[in-house]
Design a protein around this ligand. Structure first.
Ligand code: SF4
Length: 217
């Protein structure tokens, strides 16, 4: 099976996953209760798959879908404030065709970029349990195996960074002597990839994408 088909199959398995009962319940509860400004939305209410091309050189890893963002729209980082900043920065630096991301059928396409998350289900209070992160990390490991051209991984926040490093160690993408410390705006080298870390602010995104463009030209 080609990598593209393997990724499509992985996305389907993610969307139907029920490995973490607490999260499955929570995302459905949020989808039923909604919030007033999105009362007319039919919430997605399921695990949110990754988004983007299989031959991407840039991989963005967030924490998890937002309860009323991606858990509502069904596309990662779509429909919340941090997504607005992320897609605007992606657009300004040439990684997507539109400056905003509103809903799953808005025509947005990523260019040389793929976006995923440490956790594919929205967690209560944005706080996943360790067992939930470990369950979902199996998907990140599979994805890293299938994405053969990645040069840069942007890890948004410490949890995303830890999950990337743990997965990379398992796949032997790291130099065993190195220790990998998280810092906002920091950069660490794996064997072949650079991991850039950042937090979810607009100014941080601009700084990060300037760093990315020194590596992916
Ligand atoms: S967080 Fe990941 S492993 Fe857990 S139910 Fe959602 S998709 Fe499955």
């Amino acid at each position: 099976m080609k990598n593209r088909n393997r990724l499509i199959s992985l996305e389907k398995r993610i969307t139907s996953c029920k490995e973490c009962p607490r999260l499955v319940d929570w995302q459905k509860t949020v989808a039923v209760n909604k919030i007033s400004r999105y009362n007319d939305w039919d919430y997605w209410g399921k695990p949110v798959p990754s988004f983007g091309k299989e031959n991407a050189e840039l991989l963005v890893v967030g924490l998890a879908p937002a309860a009323h963002g991606a858990n509502r729209t069904g596309r990662i980082f779509t429909g919340d404030r941090s997504g607005e900043w992320l897609y605007r920065a992606l657009y300004e630096f040439g990684f997507c065709n539109l400056p905003e991301s509103k809903h799953i059928d808005d025509g947005l396409e990523l260019n040389n970029c793929r976006i995923t998350a440490a956790l594919h289900c929205a967690p209560p209070m944005n706080k996943p349990a360790v067992t939930e992160l470990n369950n979902c990390r199996q998907f990140l490991i599979e994805e890293l195996l299938l994405l053969k051209r990645i040069k840069v991984i942007i890890a948004l926040g410490k949890i995303a960074f830890d999950m990337v490093i743990l997965s990379a160690k398992e796949l032997k993408l790291t130099e065993s002597k190195n220790s990998y410390k998280f810092s906002h705006g920091g950069e660490v080298r794996l064997k072949n990839e650079t991991v850039i870390t950042g937090k979810l602010t607009e100014s941080m995104f601009n700084k990060i994408f300037k760093q990315v463009r020194t590596i992916i030209v």
